[in-house]
Design a protein around this ligand. Structure first.
Ligand SMILES: [Zn+2]
Ligand SMILES: [Zn+2]
Length: 332
C-alpha cells in the first residue's frame, strides 16, 4: 500500500509500505479520510520520543470496513486501543488504561495510509447526516468534548451560567468552544495568535475571537471556565491570569514544558486546574452523535488534500501558512 511515512525530523515521504494483515480478530479498514493533528506535527519536528522514525503517523481517521459481516460499512476509528480488563477500563476510563495503545505510536502504525487494522470495538458506525470527511474530525472533537465534560464536572456553576475562554483555535480549540456552546455556555471567547486561524474561527461564528498578544485581548480575572488547548508556557500564563477565583482551568494542550503554572495564584484563588487526556469510548460515541445531530455546528473549518500531497501539507502547517483549523488527507 501507499503511506505517508515519517522518516526523520521535518521529513514525511509518500512511500510504498507493507500491507497490514489483521490478527487477533482485528479488521482491515480502508482509510477514506485522515486529519493531521498537532501531535503529528510534534512528532514530525522530531520532538516526540514515543514516535521514532520510520513510522506512519495519523490517528484521526474514518474509513470503510473491508471484510467480515460489516464489510462496506463506513466507520470512524477510535484510535485508542485499551485492554478492556483493567480497573480503569472497567470504570469506563479506558483513556487511562496502562496497556493502552494509540495508532501512530509503536507497536501500531498510523492512518496516513491506505489501510489499517483495528479491533472491531474501535470502529464506530458513521450515522446518517455525517460525511466520512467530517467524521474524521471526531477524534479531536471527542478530545474537546471530554475537556468540556470535565469542566462541567468541576465547575461550581452550571456551564449555562458561565463565561468561557478557549486558548488556541486548532481543531481541539474550536471543538472546545463548540462543545461549551452545546453545553449552554452563554459567552465563549477564543484566543489565537495566528491571524489566518483567527479568520477561520471568526467565520465559524462560535464566539468572540481575540488576539492574546494584543492589549485587552484576554482580560485578567474574568473567566469561569478556561480551556487551554495549546499547553505552552504563554498559554498557561494566560489561562491562570484570566481565571476568576473559584473557576476551572482544563489543560488539554500538549506542547512542551511546565513553565507558566502559577501554583500560588491557583492556591490563593481556589482555582481548579485539571489535566485531560483524549476521551473515553462513551465520549467518542456521544461526540459522533452530537456531530451528526448538528450540535457542533457546520463543521466546515477544514481543508482537504490528497495523501500524496501530505508532504506539502506538513510543511505548510509548519510554516503557519494554513488558515484551516484542520487539514484532512485523502488516500487515493
Ligand atoms: Zn489528535
Ligand atoms: Zn485497560
Amino acid at each position: 500500500m501507499k503511506a505517508l511515512v515519517y522518516t526523520g525530523p521535518k521529513q514525511v515521504e509518500y512511500l510504498d509500505f507493507k500491507d497490514p494483515s489483521p490478527t487477533n480478530g482485528e479488521l482491515l479498514v480502508k482509510i477514506t479520510n485522515v486529519g493531521i493533528c498537532g501531535s503529528d506535527m510534534h512528532a514530525y519536528l522530531g520532538h516526540d520520543d514515543r514516535r521514532p522514525a520510520p513510522l506512519i503517523l495519523g490517528h484521526e481517521a474514518s474509513g470503510i470496513i473491508e471484510e467480515g459481516e460489516k464489510k462496506g460499512e463506513s466507520v470512524v476509528i477510535n484510535p485508542l486501543v485499551s485492554c478492556g480488563e483493567c480497573h480503569y477500563c472497567l470504570d469506563g476510563r479506558s483513556n487511562l488504561c496502562p496497556k493502552r495503545q494509540i495508532i501512530s505510536m509503536p507497536p501500531r502504525q498510523g492512518a496516513f495510509a491506505e489501510y489499517i487494522t483495528m479491533p472491531p470495538k474501535n470502529l464506530i458506525p458513521i450515522p446518517e447526516g455525517l460525511t466520512t470527511t467530517k467524521a474524521a474530525l471526531a477524534e479531536p472533537l471527542a478530545t474537546a468534548w471530554h475537556a468540556v465534560l470535565t469542566a462541567s464536572r468541576h465547575s461550581h456553576r452550571p456551564l449555562s451560567e458561565t463565561k468561557g475562554l478557549v486558548i488556541g483555535a486548532g481543531a481541539v480549540g474550536l471543538g472546545s468552544a463548540l462543545s461549551l456552546k452545546a453545553f449552554g455556555c452563554k459567552e465563549v471567547s477564543i484566543a489565537e495568535t495566528n491571524k489566518l486561524r483567527r479568520k477561520t474561527a471568526e467565520k465559524a461564528e462560535i464566539g468572540i475571537v481575540v488576539d492574546p498578544t494584543h492589549e485587552g485581548g484576554i482580560n485578567d480575572d474574568t473567566m469561569d471556565v478556561v480551556i487551554d488547548a495549546v499547553g505552552c508556557k504563554e498559554s498557561r500564563i494566560a489561562a491562570v491570569k484570566s481565571a476568576k477565583p473559584g473557576s476551572v482551568i482544563v489543560h488539554v494542550g500538549l506542547l512542551d514544558g511546565v513553565d507558566g503554572f502559577d501554583a500560588r495564584r491557583i492556591t490563593l484563588q481556589e482555582i481548579v486546574f485539571v489535566g485531560v487526556y483524549t476521551y473515553t469510548m462513551m465520549d467518542f460515541r456521544q461526540t459522533v452523535s452530537a456531530m451528526a445531530e448538528g450540535k457542533l455546528g457546520a463543521l466546515d473549518w477544514f481543508e482537504e488534500c490528497s495523501l500524496e500531497e501530505g508532504t506539502k501539507a506538513f510543511s505548510n502547517l509548519f510554516n503557519g501558512n494554513t488558515a484551516a483549523a484542520k487539514i484532512v488527507l485523502k488516500p487515493n
